[in-house]
Design a binder for this molecule. Structure first.
Ligand code: G3I
Length: 342
């Protein structure tokens, strides 16, 4: 049948999956990852709270396990993420703004020192944009997250400048990314947030500290904003920036919050009604997005947030390419056909 990895290699495309160390003792889990993907990202093990749970401890073990797996299997490794309000350790939240800024700086520099030889793509900042952008995103509104903003109003720019300075001093290749959800298209719900992100990123691009943006793409089987995704990729291309799909999953069920970039409001499939029709809808969403990424030269990676329904954060939503028994679903075959024939 050919593996997704071999076919993607032929297309010079990175196809990736999130990895969770909790499942790495399962041979089936790790062999499918190495066989089918040429890139991976840690689901949680490389985040601030996982590496520095206490102010004076740094624990690389779990993130190293994934970095080593990628290195041992010749897979690219995305680092996720240097700064994200949701993955800050408790001790960080108690600091005053100035100490927070210094803690962000030292965490960023220590992670870069440790992973510079094994990471090419860095999610520098994650999910900084507010879901609601009253003026359509012309002046980006940052998410008031209770930890980073408004405590450090420039936390995104600060982290990008620290990362850019630290990595430039290493004389190794690197790509700095901004990552968010609900921002892949420019239509429907995502219009305002997508424009806000674009305008915020233009500032970073003017500063010369960013190389690309990540569209998380947590969507569902009714997603039909693919034309808007193509237009969005193109406008980042006009800025000279790459785009990567970073956390793609296509679920059923109640997954219709704004982060699902829902179109048509309440259209979604209760998972109890899942059948062949929904499996083929899912396949067509995955392959339509693959077609766009293959078409647009600045779309450089197609990464899913896991690969088997057995292990997904969207429990019972059947969002991935393999079912809970590691059997390929129609979506796997649709991507195989797309990578082979498109
Ligand atoms: O901390 C424990 C650890 O001590 C324990 O040994 C381990 C056993 O599995 O579990 C760890 O806990 C949880 C971890 O997931 C296990 O998978 C963390 O408490 C929990 O916070 C963590 O949740 C992750 C979440 O991000 C927060 O980091 C999810 O797996 C992960 O799917 C989710 O991913 C996010 C992206 O980073 C950003 N975009 C949205 C996406 C979905 O929320």
């Amino acid at each position: 049948a050919g593996t997704l990895r071999a076919l993607a290699d032929n297309r010079k495309l990175y196809i990736g999956s999130a990895i969770n160390t909790a499942h790495m003792n399962n041979g089936q889990y790790t062999s499918i990852l190495a066989e089918q993907y040429n890139m991976a990202v840690a689901e949680w093990e490389c985040k601030h709270t996982a590496i520095a749970p206490n102010a004076n401890t740094i624990n690389w073990n779990l993130c190293d396990r994934i970095a080593d797996f990628c290195q041992d299997n010749g897979m690219g490794f995305r680092y996720h993420a240097l700064a994200w309000y949701f993955s800050l350790p408790g001790w960080f939240k108690g600091l005053n703004p100035n100490d927070k800024r210094n803690a962000l700086t030292s965490f960023t520099e220590r992670v870069i020192d440790h992973y510079v030889d094994r990471v090419l793509w860095w999610d520098v900042a994650n999910e900084a944009m507010d879901d609601n952008q009253p003026d359509g995103g012309q002046t980006p509104r940052y998410r008031s997250d209770g930890a980073l903003y408004p405590a450090i109003p420039d936390w995104v720019s600060h982290t990008f400048h620290v990362a850019s300075r630290a990595l430039s001093a290493k004389n190794k290749p690197f790509k700095l990314y901004y990552n968010d959800y609900g921002v892949a298209s420019m239509d429907g719900w995502s219009r305002g947030k997508s424009n806000a992100m674009y305008n915020m990123v233009r500032g970073l691009q003017r500063d010369g500290v960013i190389d690309g943006v990540g569209f998380q793409l947590h969507i569902n089987t009714y997603y039909d904003l693919v034309d808007g995704v193509r237009k969005n990729i193109q406008r980042y291309g006009e800025l000279g920036l790459e785009v990567q799909f970073t956390e793609l999953d296509v679920g059923c069920g109640e997954w219709r919050a704004p982060t699902g970039e829902m179109v048509g409001g309440d259209r979604w499939v209760p998972c109890a009604d899942w059948g062949d029709a929904q499996a083929s809808r899912q396949a067509s969403v995955y392959s339509a997005l693959m077609a766009v990424c293959l078409d647009e030269p600045n779309c450089t990676a197609y990464v899913m947030w896991g690969f088997t329904d057995r292990h997904t954060w969207l429990t019972n939503s059947r969002p991935l390419l393999y079912d809970e028994n590691y059997n390929k679903k129609p979506a796997w075959w649709a991507l195989r056909d797309m990578l082979r024939d498109y």
